[in-house]
Design a protein around this ligand. Sequence first.
Ligand SMILES: Cc1ncc(C[n+]2csc(CCOP(=O)(O)OP(=O)(O)O)c2C)c(N)n1
Ligand SMILES: [Mg+2]
Length: 544
Amino acid sequence: MATPTVAEYLLLQLQNSGVDHVFGVPGDYVLGLYAKLAESPLLHIGTTREDTAAFAADGYARCRGIGALAVTYGVGALNVVNAIAGAYAESSPIVVISGAPGISEQRKDPMIHHRFGPFSFQREIFERITCATAVLDDPLTAFRDIDRCLQAARRNSKPVYIELPRDQLDAEGYPIPAVEPIQHEGETGALAEAVDETLDRLEKAGFPVILAGVEIHRRGLQDLLSQLVLSACIPVAATLTGKSVVGERHPAYLGVYEGAMGPDDTRKRVEGADVLLVLGATVNDVDTGIFTAKLDPERMIHASQDQVTIGHHHYPDVRLHDFLTALCDAVRAHSCTWMPRAPLQDLPAAKSRKPMTITRLIASLNAALTPDMSVVCDVGDCLFAALDLRVHERTHFLASAFYTSMGFAVPAALGAQIASPELRPLILVGDGAFQMTGTELSTFSRLGLDPVVIVFNNHGYSTERFILEGPFNDIAEWRYECVGELVGPVNGFHAKTEDEFERALKQALFTSGRPSLINVDLLDNDASPAMRRLAQHLSQKVKG
Ligand SMILES: Cc1ncc(C[n+]2csc(CCOP(=O)(O)OP(=O)(O)O)c2C)c(N)n1
Ligand SMILES: [Mg+2]
């Protein structure tokens, strides 16, 4: 069998690692690869911009375990820096492939288009926001470099960067036998002691609670978490960045815990637990409600990706997967303490002239959500309001909740729907964020995909307004419901009142094969309870 070329091997290994679609915008330095892509079983998904391709690859990776994009040198690659930094911060494994001038072109150091400095600059930039990089400038090592990067993306759940000079595409690679990655064994003594101490504490506990975080999703540990919740009979709350690591309608689920920023009933259950088992949660300002969380370290067992801390005892080198597996094997059922949250209230009948509010909006969406829908949420008040949404199945809520980049939701939902076509995305997005990347709806229309987009139109940058009011928070008033005239087809609706919204939502859910968008016209001073609490805190900081 003929040895594959560098480009063939790259595409083959992408496919072998679970990628079926590659997002991106072509350009001359990557056109050769695009030609090979068109001949391969992989599908190219063209987007309107490179940053939206990266957000889409991020949404795809969160559903499939890995995503990929291919862009041109300089103008294309530098356009994805923000989205890839976000994927790095949020542990989403994306393979960034950038074309580049050929090695023979680079040799004479010419001034050629898209160049912005020494040819090594681009890789240096990506070294800071990926966990592995490679420039495939040597066919002898190219295959090994490709494998090294793909393995690193999977192992670390972070983006990687592969640069392909355009004259190396057809170079025959050299199939160096794969190096077995060194398997890092956790510390078994420490694991056993950590599990023993945990079991001991759980056995004595009266009202233990699990707080589950984003690492559970990123490391694919949801099955183990569910098993532990059920076999130990311990109720579970999630952090905001970990929202939907467990199905949110499960009787054991307590809601999203976010310190003083989150719902009160969840806060009381988590902070009142006599043993709090924190699994895969990172300590950051979002998840701790700007550090308003009151979690007593004495009562806490904290298992992160590679260590366990119990009170003042520290067990290094214990991996989360091993800890969870051992706990599931050994734990004895605790007397069942399910005390389910208050059930969802029945939605009162819509009133004809009553202005739509955020509270009513979330209640309507909760009533409309079905198990075959996912929620993809942008930043702004839609994210704070989404604290009260209850998605059906686990991993059905995606957001840039920690890095909080505006413009994430519409393109990330594109990647999510392509990765999981059985799930229909409900996209929650503010008017400001929609103005950044909403035109990516064009790609949904082109592909006949049918997300339902809810634009939280509070007429400007409301989150910023609540922190510090000023004319810089005003934005142009768009007729969002008319977006289909430009990028269509899109079913557009404008809803100012409760009954207008209910009618629009019904029609949107009934429509298939094209996107629907509801421009929900909210009063300027409407805000979710979580945003009011957050803004109060932040405004104190800005004013010093
Ligand atoms: C790319 C990016 N730029 C700026 C910000 C800062 N920022 C956070 S929230 C916000 C306003 C968002 O406006 P909108 O999408 O309308 O949501 P709202 O706050 O009005 O609900 C801004 C500008 C950000 N998070 N991301
Ligand atoms: Mg807004």
